[in-house]
Design a protein around this ligand. Structure first.
Ligand code: GLN
Ligand code: ZN
Length: 758
């Protein structure tokens, strides 16, 4: 009999009650006991829901108090020495200390979970000895069984993935670390077996990345050891986000099930299955419902896929599951009351995906007649959206098709533009500027809310924004900056602001997903053809320019960043969505230019976030990402200066693509990786204008003139002064007024000193 399975359920709760509980606890508003009981209630609720829907294999231990990698690290007692920890079960104070920092110790680093927008806490292994502090999967299993009679499927992060995602050891010590951890994994799995657990899900998403022969040897050691130590428990070796590398080696491991992604790992996984078959003694966890996308599945297409799979794997060895944990999608579409029915019916968040899993399982068990109505409803919902006006804008499609087949280029090359721009703008050597936003005080946020709620009329709101622009234009002039900005006071968020003004976007009321810790984001939904629908930034920018003789830089978010921070439609390639966005944004760039704005910054902080996991696909992605940027910016006059900005630059391996964007000036975040960046410029020449952030905006600390002078001097050893700009690391919206003014004053002073030495 075919069974259904879920790899993980969202933690945050339909009403973000998980986030609220965490934040109340951190703020000291609830005590340990109340907190534990609130979290238990949330956890059990999630299990009840899956039970009621009829999911066969319900995950346990997928729940977390913050992050599942941090859970794994603390379960193994891997607490960096700077945190006071005396052994035994890890107290919440230590657990949250690692995640968020304490007065005496900095938090552990956080980084992206594969190619998702979820961030995990990076374990620091250096100098530590692992011990099992608590068998968390076992505790979770017992709880589900005792409280709800659920025969749960404990989930844990596999040893290879865990070690590879950790830091604080050299590559040659990978084996040593696996050998240290393996006995603890053995103990966990043995105790689970003893308890009567039938299936345990061991997540090894690292298997979709490039593996060395050594990695493969580690993998064999791990799973041979686990199998030998707990021979009667069933291990589902779970992968996701892409097709596995080395399929044949992986399916030969001594485990009882292999979980593969047939949404984001397609066609790769399916081809492997067809070419090399699937072992007769194993169960296939077929991840066919998209765990990361928000769209309703075509049940018919999924049945077709299942038919293809059943030709290779007999139905009694098939488990129908989500392609990955549902952590990456919002909880339910139930509470969306403002979306059009066309759109709402075409969506499936976590709970709706549970329904889809159950339906497909029923169809395979009892024949498709059992789900005839639902087959029809799903097909109709998808068709309705497909045929909607928003998805059929021939004006956009034709224009974008033309752009797609052309090579976007500026009218003249950089060297020539550079001279023309110097001539026009007459900027001093080492020009100073900022990245765009100025402090968003409580007052600014309140004003925006009052206006959104209709308590303030447009006129009052516009006046308010203008007053803020006045203040900050005045301050920037006083401080002595060379290129000014209007400050972005009217923007809530750099993606939402544009999404609300462009056609093809929708906004949910409750479509929250966890980004890191208690931090949730509500990405816009790009559901239709994206189209320019009138000016978005011209009014504020032109107003700011009217208040000063210095140049004011216009400020837009770039196409790739808007795309990577949204949920996007899956009926056309991402590349095409990027070009649609680029075409729309180009119209804004042109409108700004026409309104007399001669410097325009198009921010692309999230280019790297869309980088495919497969190394051989990265080049193609970067090529069309660069092209989208160029479509946005290439039509301006040679004297119009195009700026761009990027954050967290693991810049070194992208330098070619960044140069290919052909922006006249790029500003990049460097504070956290300055040395490495400078090094990358020693190896490469960068021939366009560039500003390396000279101070870290993530801290309220005011950097001294000396610190910044040093930073500038170091950078000027590898970069030509004629191309160098001086700016902070990133936007200043999260900073306070006083520290911002003081820091910028010091920055300008440091620049003055640097100029004197030239
Ligand atoms: N212009 C934006 C700002 O200053 C850039 C933000 C970002 O890089 N994330 O806020
Ligand atoms: Zn930034």
């Amino acid at each position: 009999m075919v069974k259904s399975s879920v790899l993980g359920y969202p933690r945050i709760g339909a009403d973000r009650e998980w986030k609220k509980a965490l934040e109340a606890y951190w703020a000291g508003k609830i005590d340990n006991e109340a907190f534990e009981s609130q979290l238990q209630e949330i956890r059990l609720n999630h299990l009840r829901k899956q039970q009621a829907k009829g999911i066969d294999y319900i995950p346990v231990n997928d729940f977390s108090y913050y992050d599942h990698i941090l859970d794994t690290a603390t379960m193994f007692g891997l607490i960096p020495e700077r945190f006071a920890y005396e052994g035994g079960k890890v107290p919440l104070s230590v657990y949250y200390g690692i995640a968020r920092g304490t007065r005496d110790a900095a938090a552990s680093e956080m980084t992206k979970w594969f190619n998702t927008n979820y961030h995990y806490i990076v374990p620091e292994l250096s100098g530590l000895t692992p011990v099992l502090t608590e068998n968390k999967p076992l505790v979770a299993y017992q709880e589900a069984k005792e409280k709800l009679g659920i025969e749960g499927k404990p989930v844990l992060v596999g040893p290879l993935t865990f070690v590879k995602l950790s830091k604080g050891y050299s590559a040659s010590e990978t084996g040593t670390w696996i050998n240290r951890l393996l006995p603890l994994y053995v103990q966990i799995v043995q105790e689970l077996q003893q308890e009567g657990v039938q299936w345990v899900q061991i997540d090894e998403p690292i298997l979709v990345t490039q593996l060395s022969d050594e990695d493969l040897q580690h993998l064999r050691t791990i799973y041979e050891t686990l199998h030998a130590s707990a021979p009667t428990i069933n291990i589902m070796l779970q992968t996701y986000f892409e097709a596995v590398e080395r399929y044949q080696d992986i399916v030969a491991l001594p485990v009882q099930g292999i979980g593969l992604d047939f949404v984001h790992g397609r066609p790769g996984n399916q081809q492997s299955l067809q070419s090399f078959a699937f072992p007769q003694d194993k169960v296939l966890g077929a991840g066919i419902i998209d765990g990361r996308g928000i769209w309703r599945s075509s049940l018919q297409e999924k049945l077709d896929l299942l038919n293809e799979l059943s030709a290779i794997v007999s139905p009694d060895r098939l488990i129908i599951q989500s392609s990955c944990s549902l952590l990456h999608v919002p909880v339910t579409t139930d509470r969306e009351t403002k979306l059009t029915s066309e759109l709402k019916n075409a969506l499936a968040f976590a709970d709706e995906k549970l329904d889809e899993l159950v339906l497909l399982t029923q169809a395979l068990t009892s024949g498709i007649g059992a789900i005839a109505t639902q087959l029809y409803t799903s097909a109709r919902a998808i068709l309705a959206l497909h045929q909607s006006n928003e998805r059929n804008r021939s004006d956009v499609q034709q224009a974008v098709e033309k752009l797609r087949v052309q090579e976007p280029v500026r009218s003249v090359p950089f060297a020539q533009r550079h001279l023309a721009q110097q001539d026009k703008w007459q900027l001093p050597l080492l020009p100073t500027t900022t990245i765009g936003s100025f402090p968003q005080s409580a007052e600014v946020r309140k004003a925006r809310q009052s206006w959104r709620k209709g308590e303030w009329n447009q006129e009052r709101y516009t006046d308010f924004i203008h007053q803020h622009i006045d203040t900050w234009i005045g301050l920037q002039e006083e401080i002595g900056l060379d290129v000014l900005v209007h400050g972005e006071f009217e923007r809530t968020d750099m993606v939402e602001f544009f999404g609300e003004k462009l056609a093809g976007f929708a906004f949910t009321q409750n479509g929250w997903v966890q980004s890191y810790g208690s931090r949730c984001v509500k990405p816009p939904v790009i559901f239709g053809d994206v189209a320019f629908d009138g000016n978005m930034t011209v009014e504020e920018t032109v107003y700011a320019q009217s208040q000063t003789k210095k140049p004011v830089k216009g400020m837009l978010t770039g196409p790739i960043t808007i795309m990577n921070w949204s949920f996007v439609r899956d009926d056309i390639p991402r590349e095409h969505i990027a070009y649609q966005l680029a075409y729309a944004l180009r119209q804004e760039v042109e409108a700004l230019e026409q309104a007399g704005i001669g410097m325009i910054q198009v921010d692309e902080p999230a280019v790297r976030e869309g980088l495919p996991l497969k190394v051989n696909e990265q080049e193609a992605y970067l090529a069309w990402a660069v092209k989208a940027f160029k479509i946005t910016t290439c039509t301006v006059q040679e004297t119009t200066q195009i700026h761009t900005h990027m954050c967290y630059c693991e810049f070194h391996d992208m330098i070619g693509s960044i140069e290919a964007m052909d922006a006249d000036v790029i500003s990049i975040e460097t504070s956290r990786s300055h040395g490495e960046l400078i090094h990358s410029f020693e190896l490469n020449t960068y021939k366009l204008g560039i500003g390396l952030g000279v101070y870290d905006i993530h801290s309220p600390r005011v950097p001294s003139v000396k610190e910044m002078t040093d930073m500038i001097q170091r950078a000027l050893r590898v970069l030509p002064a004629q191309l160098f700009w001086i700016n902070p690391d990133c936007g200043l919206k999260t900073r306070g007024y006083d520290e911002t003014v003081a820091s910028l004053q010091n920055m300008v002073e440091a620049t003055r000193l640097a100029r004197n030495t030239y």
